[in-house]
Design a protein around this ligand. Structure first.
Ligand SMILES: [Zn+2]
Ligand SMILES: [Zn+2]
Length: 175
């Protein structure tokens, strides 16, 4: 759940802050970024889902295991080469890599490819957000668009000055 929440948060921020920022600059570039961003997002979701639902693969039960290196003491079953027992899943896993808490499953023989691609597209997605979010961060924190932030502040103070000026004669008149 935390993976879905964090990914949705980053995508949400990109749409709420990033999209209007780039749209005001260049709609063509924004279109390109939306297509690229959604391509990365689609791959992230697809490979995450496949790694999650495919599972790592387990040694066959009640079937002949042709190659056996040992017997798993916990499963009390023959263990093929490169299979390991996962204490979290409580089962033997084929070509076990590790138990991943993010997909709440083991990474092994069947889902290794999807897990790896999920990582690759996640890194690309993070780099994408960082690369195109950097400009927004820079403008907000340090540079300020030409007259953008400053003018907003000036407008507020102008309104305040106008009110002060309009109040001033009234007070004088009252005296
Ligand atoms: Zn086992
Ligand atoms: Zn596991």
């Amino acid at each position: 759940m935390s993976v879905i929440f964090l990914t949705a948060l980053v995508v949400g921020v990109a749409y709420v802050i990033g999209l209007p920022h780039y749209w005001s600059k260049s709609p063509a570039l924004t279109f390109l970024l939306v297509v690229l961003g959604n391509y990365l997002l689609l791959n992230i979701v697809f490979h995450y889902w496949r790694a999650l639902w495919l599972g790592p693969g387990h040694p066959p039960e009640r079937a002949l295991v042709r190659q056996v290196v040992s017997v798993c003491k916990k499963c009390v079953a023959p263990r093929p080469p490169r299979a390991h027992h996962c204490s979290v899943c409580g089962r033997c896993v084929l070509k076990m890599d590790h138990h991943c808490p993010w997909i709440n499953n083991c990474v092994g023989h069947l889902n290794h490819r999807h897990f790896f691609l999920y990582m690759v597209y996640m890194v690309l997605g993070c780099l994408f957000v960082m690369a195109f979010g950097f400009e927004i961060m820079w403008e907000e924190l340090f540079a300020g668009p030409a007259g953008g932030e400053a003018s907003r502040f000036d407008q507020t103070s102008d309104i305040f000055n106008c009110e002060a000026k309009s109040l001033y004669p009234t007070r004088q008149r009252l005296r």
